[in-house]
Design a protein around this ligand. Structure first.
Ligand code: COS
Length: 382
């Protein structure tokens, strides 16, 4: 049965996220972007309304949002500010391995405190020599007695400098390759965990991104997620779940850009009439509207598959790729509609274009998504 109408609860959630984006995020977006600053005051409010732990199950104190709910709010929050959105949703990315592979005890111990006090978490997979090729990570986790000793370094870690909790992927059995990977919960206050310098980024500048180094970091064996050797599966399953929200963020960024460009085109007069009356502008806007709607449908379908617990690797990858590509195309066209004003930092458009770019890169580049999709569409070749 297919339905495109939201329930009353979903509409209320959408309204709440839209209002939060309009009132708290948009008015502060330029300030935090310019200073590449962590938006602590906005995040305090985001914590109070529950966005920072929205996907944590209710029994552990979180919002218990399902995947459809998550993509609905992702579109709205990213329309407010993609950098602040990333800060919030990286929490969901980092909690996901604990929610889906952690024991009840681990969830109580590590997730519940995050629902009681504003806290952040990081998902630590990427390394300098292991970006797209995630299974080749060099960080090691050596079992000594009833502890694991972690050594290595991770790069481009969102929330890394502000997090109090890290889900870390390391190889505990190097000769087994991808099947040697394991996932661990690492608290911030632990000797040997070194937070490196903050990256100076093109976009998502309100989001904190750092390098992390693990120097003989000792964690108890109770912090292993699931069992040894399933780290790669945990990472892949997590990303299958979090790629649809990235597509939704693309929809949000594209929608925010289109809405701004429409208002501009209705009031910007050239050759004696608003530029919205020129077919060149009107047709550009029509094309944007088509693509935004198509992207939203792909995102909602992937989220529906996730909620139904049906296979969704291909569909999540499609939603992420198309949503972020649409964000890039639409924001580029919107900068063009605004002309010189689109290129100036006094207007919000150039930020939207810079923010769109990262959506094509993080949580798996769009080239990797096309690899995932094509492998499934083509299937085995004899
Ligand atoms: N769910 C469950 N299992 C999966 C899976 C998924 N989505 N994808 C792969 N696996 C399993 C495979 O079935 C295989 O298992 P077996 O060893 O039992 O056969 C194993 O994992 C290895 O899979 P595969 O051979 O496909 O691995 P590859 O090295 O070819 O890499 C890609 C797969 C490229 C898809 C993976 O490395 C990837 O997603 N890279 C991008 C990483 C990324 O998104 N980084 C962003 C950082 S987080 S912000």
């Amino acid at each position: 049965m297919i339905s495109f109408s939201l329930t009353e609860e979903q509409k209320a959630l959408q309204d709440m996220a839209r209002e939060f984006a309009e009132k708290e995020m948009k008015p502060n977006a330029a300030k935090y972007d310019k200073g590449e600053e962590f938006s602590e005051d906005v995040m305090k409010k985001a914590f109070e309304v529950g966005f920072l732990t929205c996907t944590v199950p209710k029994e552990y104190g979180g919002g218990g949002l399902n995947d459809i709910d998550t993509v609905i709010i992702s579109e709205e929050l990213a329309a407010g500010c993609a950098g602040m959105y990333t800060t919030m949703m990286v929490n969901a990315l980092a909690y996901s391995p604990i929610i889906h592979f952690g024991s009840d005890e681990q969830k109580k111990k590590f997730l519940t405190p995050h629902t009681e006090k504003m806290s952040f978490a990081s998902f630590c997979l990427t390394e300098r020599e292991a970006g797209s090729d995630a299974s080749s990570i060099a960080t090691r986790a050596e079992k000594v007695g009833n502890e694991y000793i972690i050594n290595g370094s991770k790069c481009f870690i969102s929330n890394g400098g502000i997090a109090s909790l890290y889900t870390v992927f390391a190889n505990s059995n190097p000769e087994k390759g991808a099947r040697g990977l394991s996932a661990f919960i690492v608290p911030r206050e632990i000797p040997g965990l070194i937070v490196g310098k903050e990256e100076d980024k093109m976009g998502h500048r309100a989001s904190n991104t750092v390098e992390l180094t693990f120097e003989n970091v000792k964690i108890p064996e109770e912090n292993l997620l699931g069992k040894e050797g399933i780290g790669f599966i945990i990472a892949m399953r997590t990303l299958d779940k979090t790629r649809a929200p990235v597509g939704a963020a693309g929809v949000g960024v594209a929608r925010a850009a289109m809405e701004y460009a429409v208002e501009y085109a209705k009031t910007r007069v050239q050759f004696g009439k608003p530029i919205a009356l020129f077919q060149n502008t009107a047709f550009k806007i029509a094309q944007m509207a088509i693509e935004i709607n198509a992207a939203r449908h792909l995102v909602w379908h992937a989220a529906w598959l996730l909620d139904e617990e049906k296979p969704c690797g291909k569909e999540s990858a499609m939603a992420k790729t198309f949503g972020s590509d649409v964000a890039m195309r639409v924001t580029t066209e919107c900068v063009q509609i605004l002309g010189g004003y689109g290129y100036m930092k006094d207007y919000p458009m150039e930020k939207l274009m810079r923010d769109a770019k990262l959506l094509q890169i993080y949580e798996g580049t769009n080239e990797i998504q096309r690899l995932v999709i094509s492998r499934e569409v083509i299937g085995p070749i004899k």
